[in-house]
Design a protein around this ligand. Structure first.
Ligand code: IMP
Ligand code: MG
Length: 473
């Protein structure tokens, strides 16, 4: 009897040990597979994965899609330049979002930061914040007190200045960005923190309107009554934005110290950089990766990965040289297939072949580590595809409009990716790409000596191949 009790006790204890052991193992397994713990260990071991995504052409390379795709691996997504002249399209399963001011990572990250280098139109910003709220309820928003304000008056000035330029017309987006940055550098610009004071705005606007009296004559902004009502409107928008306004440079510094990882999203493209782009057909801010220091107050030395986004062909809006431009029916076909119409303005974009000479220049300026190649599906519309390798050009950021000596490589097309091809790609990734497309990708990689880590084969998030995850999440 005693031995029986002892035996059952023993087997009970053995069972208990067994259960405890397997419970412990389960806890350990859960801990190990927890993304938070994995991230903690990775940060401890390898350091922060702070990264930046920049466009390597004339904007509209597909940065929005790539940033959205990567952003769930980051705690913070920050912008550091530009304003509502930028337009990013993000396509989720349920909805297509068109963002101008908030980062394209706003749907999946925890914090968004709009840096001091931006030019912000308060009305557009409020609209965009409202549109993402339902999607990402826990998102925390931080807007720099030092970012500059774009007012409706700046938009009117943008149009007037373009008209005066005549044959030197840039083809701006008419979003008031140039005039707002003009005021910034004239040191009369209105900063976001000043939206909370009608007196301060009036003081600034007295000076701006006096300096630009001639330009404004004939517009409604030559009337003090209109300026006063604009101040009232800006004041009420300022109060709506008040909860988000802070010193974003120190915020980013704190995030970094706490171990949160930051993804910076560049606006526009490298060739639109005010200093290093094709001046004067450029935007009014610096668009290269190094502009993070100036436009976010965050040291570029704390960035680990520079990810350059390149479209499989080239597009451009506005004036200026475009050495690889395609004209005529072929251009119409590509424009239609790629829906190449401006996100901000709706203007048809000019289109052309991939230009490796300019791509190499952009890669050098940004010191790109990895490439993301977008819109290979769109290029599938052609039977044969060109890549321009070289042409004569003395100054690398001032190429001829119509070079006579284009050295190009021709590729056989890979055809439209039908639903079978797409489902093969979503299952098997890179290995399922058509051979002609792989040849195209490998040629680019060899020519620019960089790995194409991400290949985008469509607008949606799941149509993205990540060959060897840059960001392990
Ligand atoms: P702004 O930035 O509106 O002053 O326009 C200056 C030039 O940059 C024009 O040629 C615009 O079309 C171009 N641009 C500005 N932002 C973008 C962009 O996000 N994508 C493409 N082109 C842009
Ligand atoms: Mg765009």
């Amino acid at each position: 009897m005693t031995s029986l009790v002892l035996f059952s006790d023993l087997s009970f204890s053995a069972g208990c040990i067994n259960n405890c052991f397997s419970d412990g193992l389960n806890v350990l397994r859960t801990l190990i597979s927890s993304p938070e713990l994995q991230k903690f260990v990775r940060v401890l071991w390898l350091g922060r994965n702070n990264s930046v995504v920049v466009g390597l052409q004339f904007g509209d390379e597909g940065k929005g899609k790539i940033v959205d795709y990567l952003s769930s691996s980051f705690d913070v997504v920050s912008k550091f330049n530009g304003g509502s002249n930028a337009g990013h399209t993000v396509v989720t399963e349920e909805k297509t979002f068109k963002f101008h001011l908030v980062p394209s990572g706003s749907l999946s990250t925890k914090h968004i930061v709009l840096g001091n280098g931006m030019a912000l139109d308060p009305a557009i910003l409020i609209n965009e914040i409202n549109s993402i709220r339902d999607y990402n309820r826990d998102l925390k928003i931080h807007v720099s007190q030092g970012a500059h304000v774009v007012t409706p008056m700046h938009k009117a000035l943008d149009v007037i200045e373009e008209n005066i330029r005549g044959s030197l017309k840039i083809g701006t987006t008419a979003q008031g960005i140039g005039p707002a940055y003009e005021d910034k550098y004239a040191r009369t610009g209105i900063r976001i923190e000043e939206l909370m004071s009608k007196e301060k705005m009036k003081q600034k606007l007295d000076v701006i309107t006096a300096m630009k009296r001639e330009l404004l004559s004939g517009t409604k902004y030559s009337s003090q009554k209109e300026i006063n009502s604009m101040i009232d409107e800006l004041y009420s928008e300022g109060n709506e934005l008040k909860p988000y306004i802070c010193n974003t440079s120190s915020k980013l510094y704190e995030f970094d110290r706490e171990g949160l990882e930051i993804l910076f999203e560049g606006s526009h493209g490298t060739l639109l950089d005010i200093d290093h782009g094709m001046y004067p057909y450029v935007t009014s801010s610096n668009t290269i990766a190094g502009a993070i220091s100036q436009g976010a107050g965050f040291s570029f030395r704390r960035i680990k990965n520079v990810i350059g986004v390149v479209k499989a062909y080239t597009s451009k809006v506005g004036s200026g040289a475009f050495p690889t431009e395609i004209i005529g029916d072929k251009a119409d076909l590509l424009r239609k297939e790629g829906n190449e119409f401006g996100t901000t303005t709706g203007r048809p974009r000019r289109v052309g072949w991939l230009d490796l000479k300019l791509l190499n220049y952009s890669i050098r300026l940004n010191d790109v580590d990895y490439l993301a190649l977008t819109r290979v599906d769109t290029l599938g519309v052609f039977d044969s595809i060109r890549v321009v390798v070289n042409y004569d050009c003395e100054n690398e950021c001032n190429p001829p409009a119509d070079p006579k000596d284009l050295d190009f490589q021709e590729f056989e097309g890979w055809g439209r990716l039908d639903s079978d091809a797409i489902s093969g790609i979503t299952r098997n990734g890179f290995n399922a790409l058509p051979e002609n497309l792989v040849n195209y990708i490998e040629f680019i990689e060899k020519s620019v000596r960089r790995k194409i880590n991400i290949v985008s084969v469509g607008n949606k998030r799941n149509l993205t191949i990540n060959r060897s995850p840059i960001m392990s999440n």
